[in-house]
Design a protein around this ligand. Structure first.
Ligand SMILES: *Cc1c(COP(=O)(O)O)cnc(C)c1O
Length: 411
């Protein structure tokens, strides 16, 4: 096979960038043109900050916090988890208002929603989850199962794919209380058929809890239409909320009246400032809140929500698919001949916003790439994950990064 020269490959990437309708959005991010980071492939782990967030955070400190002081709680902050939650729901979840709140971490919200969901299915004894789910999901469910004396029913899914509707069909039963799936698998990038999954789980009488960490802001979601019962996700990945920015929880409106989560705090109580005896959950989604929400942590993600609102999730998905298709084409052209294998679905309809490739030398290769500012993720045992954030990643960056991987492997 004739090898294409680096110049020709770079020119091809340049043409794709010139034709990209979203190319101007990249300039709205801090560091996108930093020459010391020629390729950032971890926007699905820690998204880049927007320039607007630098201003919004400064204004928050000087004017809102510094100027309004404790009056800020009454004037704005107390409602912020719900108002930002509603915006997030409208822009990126396909969910009507009043079902989403921001707070805690994904891990903590997963615990709260799993417990709350299980309490809606008394007498059922099983929680279904897959072996390749994200570690925190597996650990939280192990803890919940231990606490309540329930059985975890594991799905042994294909690590290069993910949980299919057929897999689910073969494990759910009249014992199933709750099924927990990552909508986009953190390793393979497999995109679950959420509507199909909800149908199978509901036919068995159980509830579906989706983890949206790797889908929100990258893949269009229709939680209401798909009839998802519960969902959690983080805001520091594709939503660029910053390191440790709080997570979000979705509780379908039909379930809210009877929904009780286990961490009873004053901020989730009906009329917290009455300081009354006994816990009475607040009406609606507010009951998911426990303590004082991280207002400072919610500032930056609002800028990415504004961008997503402007662009629309369909255009974001179109760019995301173009980026992953391009990355896989380039992998086939320059890395497969060096012994690399593709660990993600090759059909874009079954894939989220990242791809993973495998090679026995990738652990060492990723360490060397990081020193050169080419930043993918290593995922044991031998995966190199390319997270392609649709608003901040260019085709040129994908080309530069994959050629850097080639050069390391050829070395
Ligand atoms: C990133 C990620 C998490 C992170 O949970 P934290 O509580 O924010 O640390 C959870 N689940 C999935 C699927 C993830 O990808």
């Amino acid at each position: 096979m004739m090898t294409t020269s680096t110049d020709v490959l770079a020119a091809r990437a340049g043409e794709l960038d010139a034709a990209d309708p979203l190319r101007a959005y990249r300039d709205l991010f801090i560091g996108a043109d930093d020459p010391s980071v020629p390729a950032y492939f971890d926007g699905n782990s820690l998204g880049r900050p927007t320039k607007a967030s630098a201003e919004r955070i400064t204004a928050f400190v000087t004017q809102s916090w510094g100027g309004r002081l404790i009056r800020g709680w009454d004037e704005e902050w107390y409602d912020l988890p719900i108002t930002i939650g509603d915006t997030l729901a409208r822009v990126s979840l396909g969910a009507a208002a009043g079902q989403t709140t921001i707070g805690d971490s994904t891990t903590v919200l997963l615990y709260k929603l799993a417990r709350g969901g299980l309490a809606l299915r008394p007498g059922r004894t099983e929680i279904v989850v897959d072996r390749d789910n994200f570690p925190t999901d597996r650990y939280v469910l192990e803890s919940v199962a231990g606490e309540l004396g329930l059985t975890l029913r594991w799905i042994e899914s294909d690590t290069r794919g993910g949980v299919t509707v057929d897999d689910l069909q073969s494990v759910v039963s009249e014992h199933t209380a709750l099924v927990v799936l990552s909508h986009v698998a953190y390793r393979s990038g497999y995109l679950v058929d959420a509507a199909g999954a909800a149908r199978v789980v509901h036919e068995a009488g159980g509830l579906l809890l989706l983890d949206l960490c790797h889908s929100v802001g990258s893949v269009p979601l229709e939680l209401d239409a798909w009839e998802v019962d519960l969902a959690v996700g983080c805001t520091y990945k594709y939503l660029n909320g910053g390191p440790g920015s709080p997570a979000f929880a979705y509780v379908r409106a039909d379930h809210q009246q009877d929904f009780v989560q286990p961490i009873w705090g004053w901020m989730g109580r009906d009329d917290p400032f009455a300081m009354a005896q006994g816990y009475e959950p607040a009406p609606g989604i507010r009951r998911v809140i426990s303590g004082t929400p991280s207002v400072l942590g919610m500032i930056a993600l609002q800028d990415t929500l504004a961008l997503l609102d402007d662009v629309g999730m369909d255009a974001v998905r179109a760019k995301s698919i173009a980026l992953t298709e391009y990355a896989l084409d380039l992998v086939r052209e320059v890395l497969i001949p060096l012994g690399v294998e593709i660990g993600s679905p090759e059909d874009s309809a079954e894939r989220g916003g990242h791809v993973i490739i495998d090679h026995p030398r990738f652990e060492a290769v990723v360490q060397r790439l990081w020193t050169k500012g080419v930043i993918p993720d290593f995922r044991a045992p031998q995966g190199l994950r390319l997270g392609l954030s649709p608003l901040s990643t260019s085709f040129g960056e994908v080309c530069t990064g994959i050629l850097a991987i080639r050069d390391e492997l050829a070395d």
